[in-house]
Design a protein around this ligand. Structure first.
Ligand SMILES: N[C@@H](CCC(=O)N[C@@H](CS)C(=O)NCC(=O)O)C(=O)O
Length: 290
């Protein structure tokens, strides 16, 4: 459902308000796109505050995540990243890419978000129950009536909705072996393209790094009905699994704290309020100008 009102009618100038689903117990967000956008904001060193949508408030396009900036809603992560890049002068994050690299960024991003992402959705259409468990899901952050409603009725509707979308998209019609083959070939392509590089295009992260972290994170850190893909990443994709750990260490020092406390915001957000281009030397120049 879309909204007509701002989530943050009384906003601080130039503060990015990131509206996303509640924290989970196994990963900061069970939404690949929320995890992607929050990771990108951290990589870009842009000040932001999270707002919990309480599984109720979606963007005017009906999706999460979305952002409010100076009283305006921005939606769809790739459009959001484009607008924030311009507004906060973060062009240096991708300015160093040549034409071939920019084309690769585009293609791998599409593969990650329009193919591998659907593997996550197929999985969730089977084991959507994890969404509301206390241990790994968002259960601890939900009010009792909401949890009760979700447990009794909501999850059934959610799973039915997800099943419908993966049927239409196509991956929902695959056998388990076929789906695993698709996932493995996408993951191998990412692993091969990354190689021994720190990030996909060298020493500086781009939106592709954030996107891969968001989608692969759901396959690696959230429990699934079978651990075939998780094991494949750990055992057969050494570059990719090393990358996942590096991004976690560099940009999510509060990972464990978030999982434990369910906090939407931590001291990390305050550190960004000093406009630090966290762990990203390429951003140091631009951040001081803000
Ligand atoms: N292209 C969108 C995709 C966002 C998306 O698929 N969000 C999911 C949650 S991860 C969602 O809101 N699904 C509900 C729906 O589409 O109705 C983006 O990049 O923001």
């Amino acid at each position: 459902m879309g909204r007509s009102q701002l989530m943050k009618p009384e906003f601080d100038k130039d503060m990015v308000y990131l509206v996303q689903i509640p924290r989970a117990g196994c990963i900061p967000s069970l939404s690949p796109f929320c995890l992607k956008l929050e990771t990108w904001l951290r990589m870009a060193g842009i000040r932001y505050q999270n707002i919990d949508n309480k599984l109720t408030n979606n963007s005017s396009k009906g999706q999460i995540p979305f952002v409010e900036l100076n009283g305006r809603e921005l939606n769809d992560t790739n459009f959001i990243i484009g607008e924030l890049t311009q507004y906060f002068s973060r062009e240096s994050m991708e300015m160093h890419l040549n034409t071939e690299q920019a084309a690769n960024l585009h293609s791998y991003l599409r593969m990650t978000e329009e193919s591998l992402r659907w593997v996550v959705v197929v999985e969730r259409s089977k084991n959507g129950e994890i969404f509301i468990t206390d241990q790994v899901g968002m259960g601890r952050q939900l009010s009792c009536p909401k949890k009760f409603f979700l447990r009794i009725i909501g999850i059934r509707f959610l799973k039915r909705g997800l099943k419908g979308s993966v049927q239409k998209q196509g991956y929902g019609r695959f056998s388990e072996d076929e789906l695993n083959a698709v996932a493995k070939s996408d993951l191998k392509a990412l692993d091969g393209f990354l190689g021994k590089k720190r990030f996909f295009f060298g020493d500086r992260p781009t939106r592709l790094d954030a996107s891969v972290f968001g989608v692969v994170g759901e396959l690696l850190y959230a429990p699934s009905s079978k651990d075939t893909i998780q094991k494949f990443i750990q055992l057969e994709c050494p570059n990719l699994s090393g990358f996942m750990e590096r991004v976690k260490v560099d940009f999510w020092p509060d990972w464990e704290e978030i999982l434990k406390t369910g906090a939407m915001n931590t001291a990390y957000n305050d550190s960004l309020q000093q406009d630090r281009g966290y762990s990203n030397p390429a951003l140091q120049d631009t951040t001081t100008k803000l």
